[in-house]
Design a protein around this ligand. Structure first.
Ligand code: ADP
Length: 363
């Protein structure tokens, strides 16, 4: 006659074909009923509509008949709840290591500033890089996380090439102009496209926050993917303590974009630091005449719409573009240019609004 032990023993020879482990190890055996030589087992499948359910059912029947001397087998299939699945993943992976970086810690003193834009090409990465370097020039300890996984441009803008050093299985950020930098571009090479879907991207960025040896930072700037779509939204919500800086150009700040940005800010619940209007005007280097190539007032309109302020209006300047292309940001390459001065002013504004003193963490 079958016993609970002999049934369990037989079931332990049935492997989940996907996870490659005995179903008894995977908490898939929910219940066992024995009545004489009839056995009824309840098996929990990991996902609903599991294409391998038939195979598992057959394997269970066979194992019980052959190994536990069961004459009649009834297999009932159920499905794991989300909670049960999470517990299973944890069981397989083992306990997760403690975050190596204090940045994920809600009590960390690091100010996280997420830089977002309603659309691509408005100069979000240029602003992030120059702001990061300007803050470092002021004596702050600054990290820059390039979360623009598809369109990373930070490595080129800072003339950095991976791979970064690995220490005790943690990635050591690369350094440029006093800024600690991490970018997907360090891992894939400059010309490779990343063709990941949203969840993988958000996982990679979470790992960059958790497993990169950031050290004690005054600021971590995060260059979000352009737009206000799902990827940007998921990432922004992961950065719970972050404050947000929105970059726009005068013409990109149409009512439509402003509304989307507003909705984005609302959904992510990130505190808005303010709006940076980039490519605001062009000052002729010969006669000094100012032209508003992309129109006027867009940044102000967006700021009003969002109930915040314009923190800087950055001119369209050849030196800014050259700085990005050559890997020497304008605040380094041409610190006396108008744009560089405005970037430094922006850094002061951000510091004033976030309340970090350069020496605060070093005292
Ligand atoms: P985004 O991150 O929003 O996609 P980028 O920072 O990559 O935009 O900027 C797009 C292009 O515009 C780059 O070639 C950059 O050098 C150039 N650019 C950005 N801001 C300025 C500026 N103020 N003056 C001149 N060129 C700029």
């Amino acid at each position: 006659m079958p016993t609970r032990e002999s049934v369990w023993e037989a079931l332990s020879s049935v492997y989940d074909p996907e996870l490659g482990r005995p179903i008894t190890d995977l908490d898939m055996v929910q219940d066992i009923h024995i009545e004489g030589s009839t056995v009824r087992v309840e098996i929990l499948l990991t996902v609903e509509g599991c294409p391998l359910s038939h195979r598992i059912e057959k394997d269970v029947e066979k194992a019980l008949q052959e190994k536990a001397d069961v004459r009649e087998v009834r297999v009932e299939l159920g499905f794991m709840t989300e909670k049960q699945r999470e517990a299973l993943v944890e069981k397989i992976r083992g306990p997760q290591p403690k975050p190596r970086s204090p940045i994920m810690d809600p009590d960390s003193p690091t100010r996280v500033v997420a830089v977002a834009s309603g659309k691509g090409g408005v100069g979000k990465s240029t602003v992030t890089v120059n702001l990061a370097v300007a803050l470092a020039q002021e004596g702050y300890r600054v990290g820059l996380l390039d979360a623009d996984i598809y369109g990373f441009s930070i490595p080129t803008m800072l003339d950095l090439e991976g791979p970064p050093r690995v220490f005790q299985k943690a990635i050591v950020p690369m350094e440029a102009y006093g800024v600690q930098v991490m970018s997907m571009g360090f891992l894939t090479g400059p010309r490779q496209a990343v063709v990941w879907r949203g969840p993988m991207i958000s996982g990679a960025v979470e790992q960059f926050l958790r497993d990169v040896l950031w050290g004690d930072l005054d600021y971590l700037l995060v260059d979000l993917p352009p737009g206000t779509g799902d990827v940007a939204l998921t990432l922004a919500t992961k950065l719970r303590r972050a404050q947000m800086l929105l970059v726009t150009t005068p013409e990109a700040a149409s009512t439509n974009v402003a509304q989307r940005a507003g909705l984005f800010a609302e959904k992510t619940e990130l505190r808005l630091l303010g709006v940076v209007e980039n490519m605001s005007y062009f000052r002729c280097p010969h006669c000094g005449e100012v032209s508003h190539i992309f129109g006027r007032g867009g940044g102000k309109m967006m700021a009003q719409h969002l109930g915040t302020q314009v923190l800087a209006e950055i001119p369209l300047e050849v030196q800014v573009r050259e700085g990005s292309d050559s890997g020497r940001p304008v605040v380094v390459a041409d610190p006396e240019s108008e744009a560089a001065r405005i970037f430094r002013h922006l850094a002061h504004q951000v510091a004033a609004l976030t309340g970090a003193a350069p020496s605060e963490l070093r005292a």
